[in-house]
Design a protein around this ligand. Structure first.
Ligand SMILES: CC(C)(COP(=O)(O)OP(=O)(O)OC[C@H]1O[C@@H](n2cnc3c(N)ncnc32)[C@H](O)[C@@H]1OP(=O)(O)O)[C@@H](O)C(=O)NCCC(=O)NCCS
Length: 177
């Protein structure tokens, strides 16, 4: 049986969190502890197939500065499906749950996509950010040109966006986007 569980980090027991972390280490060759930590503190979507965890995704809150506003943003992290269970709709089901959270709780959705996943996100209505990207670092606003072409946003009704304008993300350890 296939199902998706949606829960806050605080509602997941240590065994479930350890299984999700192990899954992401299996999916991403370059996975780090910072990457795992970036998935914590928000809402997780966990995909199960026959009782086995086969997919994980999470949305956490960040602030993205755009058009003179600090938009309350649902930032998607840690999206991965076990290699032998792909193209069966698991990621779509997880994202459907998280996109509902974004639309109901945030002013914007955002994520940094891998090359492998760009068709997946664009097919779901996520839009490639076309303007300059920056981060609000401890030393001030710094451009992050390496991430340009990889950041996607999910617009939320009623929040004006200029996809060719600038977008600045709050600070964190590890990869900033
Ligand atoms: C990207 C990923 C999460 C997709 O998971 P999935 O469960 O296979 O996705 P779904 O089955 O829900 O795919 C839905 C649709 O997205 C598109 N899609 C998904 N993976 C795709 C790929 N590799 N290439 C092209 N289109 C893809 C297809 O349109 C697919 O529908 P179809 O199978 O009917 O053609 C998975 O491939 C993965 O874990 N990749 C490695 C980790 C990664 O890059 N994660 C993204 C981090 S931003």
């Amino acid at each position: 049986m296939i199902s998706v569980r949606v829960a806050h980090t605080a509602q997941l027991d240590p065994g479930t969190l350890a299984a999700a972390r192990a899954l992401l280490y299996a999916v991403f060759d370059d996975m780090t502890e910072h990457d795992w930590e970036h998935s914590l503190g928000g809402i997780h979507a966990l995909a199960y197939d026959g009782g086995e965890l086969v997919g994980h995704a999470a949305v956490i809150q960040r602030r993205l500065l755009h058009g003179g506003r600090a938009l309350r943003t649902g930032y998607v992290e840690g999206v991965g499906v076990r290699a032998d269970r792909r193209r069966r709709g698991h990621a779509s089901e997880m994202m459907e749950a998280l996109e509902r959270v974004i639309r109901d709780a945030y002013e914007l959705g955002a994520l940094g996509a891998t090359d492998d996943a760009t068709l997946f996100y664009s097919g779901r209505g996520w839009r490639l950010w076309g303007g300059p990207l920056s981060a609000l670092t401890p030393d001030g606003v710094v451009r992050t040109p390496d991430e340009e072409g990889a950041v996607y946003v999910l617009p939320v009704d009623g929040v004006p966006l200029d996809l060719s304008g600038s977008l600045t993300v709050d600070w964190r350890d590890g990869d900033v986007w």
